[in-house]
Every structure is written in C-alpha cells, then in structure tokens.
Design a protein around this ligand. Structure first.
Ligand SMILES: N[C@@H](CCC(=O)N[C@@H](CS)C(=O)NCC(=O)O)C(=O)O
Length: 219
C-alpha cells in the first residue's frame, strides 16, 4: 500500500518517523513542507499543522504524531526488528522512555529553540531557564540509566531510540551534554552512528542554515 510522509528534512519529529522507515526499508513518498503545495495539503489533512503526518493512500488513513506513526508502521509495515518489543512489560518500558524523550528532552529543547525565534521583546527568559534545568535533570537521570546499556530499553533498537536520536541530537546543540554526562554523550554518538539516523542527519544538512543563532560546526 502506498504511503506518503509529510515532513521536513530538518524537523526533529520528522526524523523520529523517518528512522523506522529507513530501518525497515519501507517504500514511501516524502512530501516536504518546503513545497507550498505539500504544506497546504498537510494543513488540510491535519489542521494542527504539525509534522510528521503519515498518509496511507489505499485506506485513506491520516496519522499524525510521531510515536503513533512508529507504532502503526511497526504493526503494518514491520522491519526485520520490531520497534515495539513482543514482551508486554518491555513494550510499556519502551513507551515510558518514548514519553521521557518527548516530554522532557524534546519539549525542553523546542522551548529553547522556539524562544530564539521570537522577537526579542517577546522572549521568555524564565521559561528558557526552566527548560535548561529540565535538560540538566533529564541528562542526569538518563546518564545513570545508560551507564550499562547500549539502547534505551532491552537489547535492541526500538521506538525509544527513535525518540532519543533527534531529541539528543538537537538538545546537545542548545544545551551541551558535555563531559558531565559521559553515558549520555556515548549513547548520542551510538545513535548518530546508526545508518538510519545518519541518513536523516545527512539529508537535513542543506537546511542547517535554518537553525536560529546558527548550527554548531559539528555532527
Ligand atoms: N507531538 C508532535 C510534535 C510534532 C512537532 O512539534 N513538529 C514540529 C517540527 S519538529 C512542527 O511541526 N513544527 C511546525 C510548527 O509548529 O508549526 C509529534 O510527536 O509528532
């Protein structure tokens, strides 16, 4: 069945949906919101307007929200390795880590980036301080967890790692992980070495100029 992904190559949440598509080698049509027609179609399909959004042409299914997209792909277009483990308790742990990366790391980095995009007189310094504090707390918790792990949950690459890759990639740009959290830094490096993640990072390179205040000259 034909699949279309509405996305942007530089968008962190888009990477979260792209990574399992690349992992499984699933065929899909990519419609970047750089294209005004794709952007208009996206807003018609999902008035919230955020991306990624997956469309399954044959069924007419319109699926927003990256975590839900990953679960749907895993169920209906599985790759060689499940993104959600078969074991129910491990599945729950994967979902918990997925929430952790989205709610505490991804949301905090988006707050910092979003603030830079505001006019100077509309900035929210207190909110940014809170986001940075949350990043520190999250890095500390994750550092302990990752000390003796390769991937976020269990022994294989899952939805939790799909969430972690873009979150840690961009979080480190706005709030460096540094030497204080070596297990988080090593996990980020492992994620970036994964071919599916590397492909998402490389496809986004032409858009680095979009990063407010400039992208760091690394990664
Ligand atoms: N909860 C959504 C978040 C999606 C999201 O925030 N996407 C960003 C790009 S990374 C976006 O659409 N930004 C454009 C906008 O806010 O208008 C998900 O998990 O997919």
């Amino acid at each position: 069945m034909a699949l279309t992904l509405y996305y942007h190559p530089f968008s962190s949440y888009s990477w979260k949906a792209l990574i399992p598509l690349f992992e499984a080698g699933t065929a899909f049509t990519a419609r970047s919101v750089e294209d005004p027609d794709a952007s208009a179609d996206l807003k018609r399909l999902w008035p919230i307007g955020r991306f990624p959004v997956l469309v399954e042409e044959a069924s007419g299914l319109v699926l927003p929200e990256a975590s839900i997209i990953v679960e749907y792909l895993d169920r209906h277009y599985p790759g060689p390795q499940p993104m959600l483990p078969v074991d129910e308790d491990l599945r729950l742990e994967v979902r918990l880590l997925d929430r952790f990366f989205d709610n505490y790391i991804h949301a905090s980095l988006q707050k910092v980036v979003g603030d830079r995009l505001r006019p100077e007189d509309r900035r929210d310094a207190h909110g940014v301080d809170e986001a940075r504090a949350m990043l520190d707390t999250s890095y500390a918790w994750l550092d302990k967890r990752m000390a003796d792990r390769v991937w976020a949950v269990g022994g294989s690459f899952t939805l939790a790692d799909c969430a972690a890759a873009p979150a840690l990639f961009y979080a480190d740009w706005v709030h460096p992980i540094g030497d204080a959290f070596p297990a988080v830094a090593a996990y980020r490096a492992r994620l970036l070495a994964r071919p599916s993640v590397r492909r998402a990072v490389d496809d986004a390179r032409p858009f680095r100029g979009y990063f407010p205040d400039g992208a760091p000259d690394r990664d």
